[in-house]
Design a protein around this ligand. Structure first.
Ligand SMILES: Nc1nc2c(c(=O)[nH]1)N[C@H]1C(S)=C(S)[C@@H](COP(=O)(O)OP(=O)(O)OC[C@H]3O[C@@H](n4cnc5c(=O)[nH]c(N)nc54)[C@H](O)[C@@H]3O)O[C@H]1N2
Ligand SMILES: Nc1nc2c(c(=O)[nH]1)N[C@H]1C(S)=C(S)[C@@H](COP(=O)(O)OP(=O)(O)OC[C@H]3O[C@@H](n4cnc5c(=O)[nH]c(N)nc54)[C@H](O)[C@@H]3O)O[C@H]1N2
Ligand code: SF4
Ligand SMILES: [Mo]
Length: 726
């Protein structure tokens, strides 16, 4: 008898509800959008539809792998954990705790284990070498929000369903499905916006699918958005269009700061006509409600932090922050354990080699190779790598690959033997997707409606498998020195104890002063992760429980977003800081850019509908056709540089031979190459047959967004020339 089970899609930020049908042999026979999910309402994309093939991929690792020289062999879990214990404790005893680095890759934002054991693992490792995909992605947003609101996690989300005017700067939600902005079925939401008379404006060096459904699209030179945004802020302030409705400091200083950044200055640098910039400012001010949003095009750029700060400033100055139809803060169902309530302070420590500041407890990915390669006290000699493929994802990834080879020990938690994990000594594979429970602790922080959903595992574990939670808990215990054989349940119990202890000590909490043991007895759930979730739900703002979520497997709508800025602001002044010194100081770098020569050609990235970073290319339904690794070049540039079918692209770091596709959607002087390709050296047969090239062989780890340490993938200076076959 076929069975059908509801389950949240774990692939991208849209968290679509799925209905998965399995046959008697537990093979997935169909994956459909879940019509009963109140948030995604049946939406599904080609990646979600291929979840069954991804889940059953024969190249997924089932059991731990140990490398002896160039040979890999299967190992038992006991042997693998013992090898990890020997490897990590050996390095810690000889070189100290900073010699072990830990890295959390993108899927840790999507898995329960990735969220639940992140802090315990970091705490038990007690190393300053903590890294994540945050510094090759969204760290500028944390920095901007940290300085503006005091809370680096106070990230406002476009209230897309109620806004009258939506300005998208460097994001392509029609293909990425939204990011730091969880709103499944973006096509329908954007269509609804226009159907109700709203306006969609896109600013992008490429006429993307999002631009194609917009009312207005402006080409912008990569990396220059702060000029455009400063031009908007300048217009709002000089034409007295600003209406600050929140409690804020620094308006006078801001007025002073933006004086020189007129729309005319912006036009010279960014290429958008000054009159359009001024008009956009007036339209934003006049719209009943408006939301400005920016992602990768305004984040993995040289001035990512300035861009993200200015985006929020425009929302604030037009009275749109924290009001319906503007940008708003989600209220999660689970307790917001990630908010410390303490003001944001970056730079509590610095990286050893380049002296780069820590931000929210992390050092920049762009300096990990330096920390591994440079000898001296505190040199990184071991790496705990969870769900990350930096060889394809990090700036100058191939250098990192070589650096990994020089490590004394590397353990990966990953289902694949790929470009990065092949450098490990031990790979610990999580189970199949359908064997994992799912709860979006992180993505539910940025949903465009308040919403929650839990999906229990659909299939049980086989005896020779371990849950990802157990793998992470055991790594935590090994890092703490408790050994490979210690009971992982202890880690969960400690977490629950901390949560309950915090709740009973919190003034005004409904359980203030109560006995922790009494409360512990009320917590339900089949295992540690379920019990932690139950605790976080019971003490969360809606007083939900795991049982209630299990009884509503299609998800629970918790209503439209409501104003909540006041309870989040935790700057030392208690007010929103419009002109934070650290960001105002970074304008000095921008001034230098104003007079710097414009490179003839710059490289930007491109997300593809059927890819998700580096890890879906081993599914044959997701590669080929339009999903190819090709360089998009404007026909004028093809003629100008005399390009044929292939071209040589050179950057400051390296060069690549790439397949060329003429595409007039990309502006002249800009070329675009998707990342996540360049598959080689692993055990992914389909991916290696569709290898492509590694865009991050060209990106330069020496260039950063200074305040955040974020990598720069968009706006990389390159030269392009015809490929001559010799
Ligand atoms: N299908 C698919 N979906 C995904 C992913 C995927 O790989 N594939 N990845 C997921 C992840 S990890 C993330 S972080 C999100 C990212 O989500 P998005 O940020 O929405 O995705 P991108 O396609 O990177 O969009 C960035 C846009 O910025 C433009 N751009 C580049 N440089 C500049 C610039 O300097 N200024 C401006 N204004 N625009 C610029 C690019 O042309 C591109 O259209 O997507 C997620 N969803
Ligand atoms: N040039 C360029 N580079 C970029 C970007 C860009 O736009 N341009 N985008 C950047 C962005 S936004 C991001 S987020 C990063 C992404 O880069 P990474 O964080 O490295 O993520 P992926 O490349 O998706 O690799 C994910 C790894 O996790 C493994 N994995 C998959 N599912 C699971 C699971 O359930 N558990 C575990 N333990 N492992 C799993 C996969 O096998 C793979 O090895 O790339 C960045 N790199
Ligand atoms: S949009 Fe994202 S979450 Fe939805 S089905 Fe596609 S991959 Fe899954
Ligand atoms: Mo990302």
């Amino acid at each position: 008898m076929p069975t059908t089970a509801p389950r949240t899609c774990p692939i991208c930020d849209a968290v679509c509800g799925l209905k998965i049908t399995l046959d008697d042999d537990n093979r997935v026979t169909s994956v459909k959008g879940d019509q009963d999910d109140p948030f995604s309402k049946g939406y599904i994309c080609p990646k979600g539809a291929s979840l069954g093939r991804l889940d059953e991929d024969p190249d997924r690792l089932r059991v731990p792998m140990i490398r002896d020289g160039d040979e890999w062999r299967e190992a038992s879990w006991d042997e693998a954990f013992l090898a990890v214990e020997r490897g990590l404790t050996g390095v810690i005893e000889k070189y100290g705790r900073d010699a072990v680095a830990v890295f959390f890759g993108n899927p840790t934002y999507h898995t329960m284990a990735g969220f639940l054991y992140r802090i315990p693992l970091i705490q038990s490792l007690a190393s300053r070498n903590v890294y994540s995909s945050g510094t090759i992605d969204h760290m500028p947003k944390h920095v901007a929000c940290g300085h503006l609101y005091g809370d680096a996690f106070a990230i406002a989300v476009p209230d897309v369903d109620r806004t009258d005017y939506f300005m998208v700067i460097g994001a392509n939600p029609m293909e990425s499905h939204g990011s730091l902005f969880t709103a499944p079925d973006m096509p329908a939401r954007l269509k609804a916006l226009r159907n109700r008379g709203g306006k969609l404006v896109v600013v992008d060096p490429r006429r993307t699918r999002t631009a194609a459904v917009a009312d207005e699209h402006h080409f912008v030179r990569p990396g220059t958005d702060p000029f455009l945004l400063l031009g908007i802020v300048h217009t709002l302030l000089t034409e007295n269009l600003a209406t600050v409705t929140i409690d804020a400091n620094g308006l006078d200083e801001l007025r002073e700061v933006v004086r020189e950044f007129t729309p005319e200055v912006a036009e010279r640098v960014c290429g958008v006509p000054a009159e359009d910039i001024a008009r956009l400012a007036r339209e934003l001010a006049a719209a009943p409600t408006a939301a400005v949003y920016s992602r990768m095009g305004g984040s993995v750029v040289e001035f990512g932090s300035l861009t993200q700060w200015l985006v929020d400033l425009v929302n604030i100055l037009t009275g749109n922050l924290d009001r319906p139809g503007g940008t708003m803060f989600t209220r999660t169902a689970a307790l917001e354990v990630f908010r410390s309530g303490e003001p944001f302070v970056p730079g509590r420590w610095h990286s050893r080699v380049r002296g780069l500041p820590e931000v929210i407890g992390e050092l920049p990915t762009a300096t990990l190779a330096d920390e591994i390669e440079t000898p001296g006290e505190g040199q990184v000699r071991a790496l705990v790598n969870i769900a990350a493929n930096q060889v394809l994802a990090a700036p100058n990834g191939p250098r990192l690959g070589k650096a990994f080879e020089s490590l004394d020990f590397m353990v990966c938690v990953d289902p694949y033997l790929n470009e990065t994990t092949r450098h490990a000594n031990v790979i610990l594979p999580p189970p199949r997707i359908l064997q994992m429970p799912h709860y979006d602790f992180l993505l539910q922080i940025v949903t465009a409606r308040n919403y929650t959903r839990f999906s229990p595992a659909i299939l049980p574990l086989e005896p020779d498998q371990r849950s990802e939670a157990e793998i992470m808990a055991r790594l935590t215990l090994i890092a703490a020195g408790a050994g490979a054989a210690a009971d992982p349940a202890g880690v969960d119990e400690m977490f629950i104890g901390q949560l309950l202890g915090g709740a009973t000590q919190m003034p005004g909490s409904p359980v203030e002063g109560m006995d922790v043991a009494d409360l512990r007895a009320t917590i339900e759930g089949d295992d540690g992760p379920e019990q932690i979730l139950d605790t976080m739900l019971k003490f969360g703002p809606y007083g939900l429980s795991l049982a209630k979520l299990k009884a509503n497997p299609n998800g629970i709508d918790l209503g439209p977003l409501e104003p909540r800025l006041k309870e989040l602001v935790c700057t030392p002044s208690g007010k929103v800081e419009l002109a934070p010194p650290a960001l105002v100081a970074d304008l000095e770098r921008l001034r230098a850019r104003m007079v710097a020569p414009t490179p003839e050609v710059v490289l930007i990235g491109r997300r593809q509908l059927r890819s998700n970073n580096s890890w879906l290319h081993n599914v044959s339904s997701l590669v080929g056709g339009s999903n190819k690794c090709v360089l998009h070049v404007n026909p004028a540039d093809i003629a100008k540089f005399g390009l044929g079918e292939q071209a040589v692209v050179r950057s400051a770091v390296s060069e690549l031979v790439v397949a060329v596709e003429a595409n007039d959607a990309i502006m002249p002087g800009v070329v675009s190459l998707p990342h996540g390709w360049g598959h080689s050296g692993g055990r992914q047969r389909v991916a290696e047959d569709n290898a492509g090239v590694n865009a991050n062989a060209l990106t330069d780890e020496s260039v950063l967004d200074v305040p955040s340490g974020n990598a720069v993938f968009n706006g990389v200076p390159v030269t392009i020339s015809p490929y001559e076959v010799v």
